[in-house]
Design a binder for this molecule. Structure first.
Ligand code: ADP
Length: 306
């Protein structure tokens, strides 16, 4: 096995109540990557299709994550990475995370799996650090584990893979505007009121319980964010209308994907998720904003070999 072609999924971080700790993987949206084991040591990005991103190893998240992994091995080999970028950078669905996670997952396979999945999250976080300045795990963890994940702790890194019900579908609309992750972080307050914290941890507990018991109503009731969404939603055009129309169309819940500008909704079943997509589209068509839209099952597997 000298070469792997893989699918590295897009991800939704935060999932309303779980700022910086919860995430989920998508099934039909993601990057494709080819990773080759070669005699020449080091990491080379040979080709990027679809987006204008740096080929220099130290400037590309895939290169940085791959080097982080290799620094903990005595590998005799090097690796060449080709990326077919299907996720637009800056969309809020983990574009950089997919490339970082894909690179380390494939290299680990090609080396005979010396590392466990939590180690791979740790390496992929180095890529996230390049993209956003913060080594966060809420996108790379679901990309690598699949399904829903919880970052219980960063020190030590403790990632919990959460049971994911079969009929859970996501609808994601990406308005074609730019929201810089750094701006989306800067506008947040640094303190939280006890009243809001109580509501928030009630919802995190409710969401986890709802996922394990496959209680879709409880999942819906728990998809509330009293801390981040009221502030960040101001950066997203027609957020309140998209949310209201999604809920009217039958979504269990709706919120900001990562740091935006994408908005996600979760639904029980594909038919409802498609209705939600129509409802979301109609809002942006009325206000004249271009968008990309995706309907996807929640991906339980994570990265896949193609
Ligand atoms: P989001 O999660 O909101 O989609 P990203 O995580 O895509 O945002 O962050 C994108 C940033 O990472 C951009 O500044 C981009 O130039 C940089 N970057 C470097 N390498 C890559 C890569 N392989 N894929 C995507 N973004 C990359």
């Amino acid at each position: 096995m000298e070469q792997l072609k893989i699918f590295a999924p897009a991800t939704i971080a935060n999932v309303s109540c779980g700022f910086d700790v919860l995430g989920l993987a998508l099934d039909t949206v993601g990057d494709e990557m080819i990773i080759k084991k070669v005699a020449k040591k080091g990491v080379t990005i040979t080709k990027i299709i679809g987006q204008n991103l740096p080929l220099e190893t130290h400037k590309n998240v895939a290169g940085v994550a791959a080097l982080a992994l290799l620094s903990e091995t005595n590998s005799e080999f090097g690796f060449e990475i080709e990326i077919n970028k299907r996720i637009k950078p800056g969309s809020g669905i983990g574009s950089s995370a997919a490339s970082s996670a894909g690179a380390v997952w494939a290299i680990n396979e090609l080396l005979g799996k010396p590392f466990n999945t939590t180690d791979l999250v740790r390496f992929a976080m180095e890529g996230e650090c390049l993209a956003t300045g913060v080594p966060h795990a809420d996108n790379v963890a679901p990309a690598l584990f699949g399904g829903f994940t919880l970052v219980r702790s960063y020190q030590p890194l403790d990632i919990i893979s959460i049971h994911t019900p079969n009929e859970l579908f996501a609808t994601v609309i990406h308005p074609q505007i730019e929201v810089k992750t750094s701006d989306a972080r800067e506008i947040l307050k640094t303190t939280v009121s006890l009243k809001d914290a109580i509501k928030q941890w009630g919802n995190v507990g409710g969401l986890i319980s709802g996922l394990y018991t496959e209680d879709y109503d409880l999942i819906g009731r728990s998809l509330e964010d009293h801390i981040i969404e009221p502030i960040r939603s101001i950066l997203i055009p027609a957020f309140d209308a998209v949310k209201q129309q999604s809920l009217n169309a039958g979504a269990l819940g709706c919120g900001i994907s990562g740091s935006g500008p994408s908005i996600f909704a979760l639904s029980k079943g594909e038919a409802t998720a498609k209705k939600v997509a129509e409802a979301m589209k109609s809002v942006y068509e009325k206000v004249g904003i271009d968008y990309d839209i995706h309907v996807s099952k929640v991906n339980k597997q994570g990265i896949k070999i193609l």
